[in-house]
Design a binder for this molecule. Structure first.
Ligand code: SF4
Length: 344
């Protein structure tokens, strides 16, 4: 295979899955699509009786069948992929990585061709990636010749790629706050609409609680944190200010950590070209909501004893939603004054 130049965060080559040490494995509660070719290969391959039994019971038919989404991997009674047990994948162990469905082989990585550029990144929905970002100081993007094959193609011009990189640099500017950096990005995209949005009198906490109700089914951890948010702050909004102060004291580096996870997701999603249906104004609204929900969910999930694991779980559950659904497009349609989320 020919080597090509790739852009990627410095941590990318050293990422390693935590396997059975993972608290919230991606083999649980995820709708994993399998293509027609992969499905036929798996159900007819030579393997042990145990693996064959697991595979024959592993698929359900989607509502709309296509060659790319031909089956979904079903869940066992624990809500997990039936081919694995306690995080150990029997298919991987017996047949090797090359036999895994494409999505399992790749996750949490993404390999994109953006115009003439190759971009590799890992999603902040994986708890190991979030732990790496917690320990890193900076999301440094480096280049190297690599033998990788792009899986997703975006027709973005040279100027588009420069815009992706320039927004990243604004976010990384530590001479100002993360909040101000996000405001600067939003104002570059749509100054007038952002000001109108931001000056609204709407209460951000009530708006966020309402919005989270729409997402509580997205994944189990997110659902659990949504319940904490609505029970704790829905009844007594003053508790949010108290928890927010305690959070910032317990995690004094919260701002640079949030900068890295948001930046990582922006790079993963090619912000502001995240969804071809969403224009840039809709996309800036998604960024405001991402920042606000990130604060709210992390504050709510750590208020009891400020454990790092709870912080990581809150981040990965939110980016499970952001990185793997049409989040930016959806929130821009259902939220009113999205910029008020920056006040959370
Ligand atoms: S979420 Fe990340 S660390 Fe956990 S099992 Fe999946 S790839 Fe591995």
């Amino acid at each position: 295979m020919k080597k090509e130049k790739w852009y990627f965060p410095k941590y990318y080559p050293s990422f390693a899955c935590k396997a059975d040490a993972c608290r919230n494995t991606c083999c649980s509660s995820w709708r994993i699509p399998v293509s027609k070719e992969e499905f036929h290969r798996l159900v007819t391959m030579e393997c042990s009786k145990n693996l064959n039994r697991r595979i024959q019971n592993a698929f359900i038919v989607p509502e709309v069948v296509t060659d790319e989404v031909y089956r979904y991997i079903s869940f066992n009674w624990l809500g997990q992929c039936p081919i694995q047990e306690k995080g150990l994948c029997y298919l991987h162990r017996e047949k090797g990585e090359e036999f895994l469905p494409k999505i399992c082989r790749l996750y949490p990585r993404s390999l994109k061709r953006i115009g003439n550029y190759n971009v590799a990144c890992c999603s902040s929905s994986c708890e190991r990636v979030v732990e790496i970002l917690y320990d890193y100081d900076d999301l440094e993007i480096v280049t190297e010749q690599m033998e990788e094959t792009p899986q997703v193609f975006y027709s973005i011009s040279y100027d588009g790629f420069r815009q992706i990189r320039s927004f990243q640099k604004i976010l990384q500017d530590r001479s100002t706050t993360l909040l101000q950096s996000i405001i600067d990005i939003c104002k570059i995209i749509n100054d007038d609409e952002f000001d109108r949005d931001y000056d609204s009198d709407e209460d951000p906490l009530s708006a966020a609680i309402l919005l989270l109700k729409r997402f509580s089914e997205s994944n189990q951890i997110l659902g659990k944190i949504c319940d904490i948010v609505s029970e704790r702050y829905g009844n007594d909004p003053s508790l949010y200010e108290k928890d927010r102060d305690a959070f910032e004291e317990a995690f004094p580096d919260w701002m640079t950590f949030f900068e890295r996870v948001i930046n990582n997701s922006m790079f993963y999603e090619c912000f502001p070209f995240v969804d071809e249906r969403a224009d840039q104004t809709q996309v800036y609204k998604g960024l405001c909501i991402c920042y606000g929900l990130l604060r709210l969910l992390c504050i709510a999930n750590t208020y009891k004893d400020h454990r790092k694991d709870d912080l990581v779980d809150a981040v990965s559950s939110l980016f499970h939603l952001i990185d793997h659904t049409t989040f930016y497009y959806n929130v821009s349609l259902i939220s009113g004054n999205a910029a008020i989320f920056l006040k959370l």
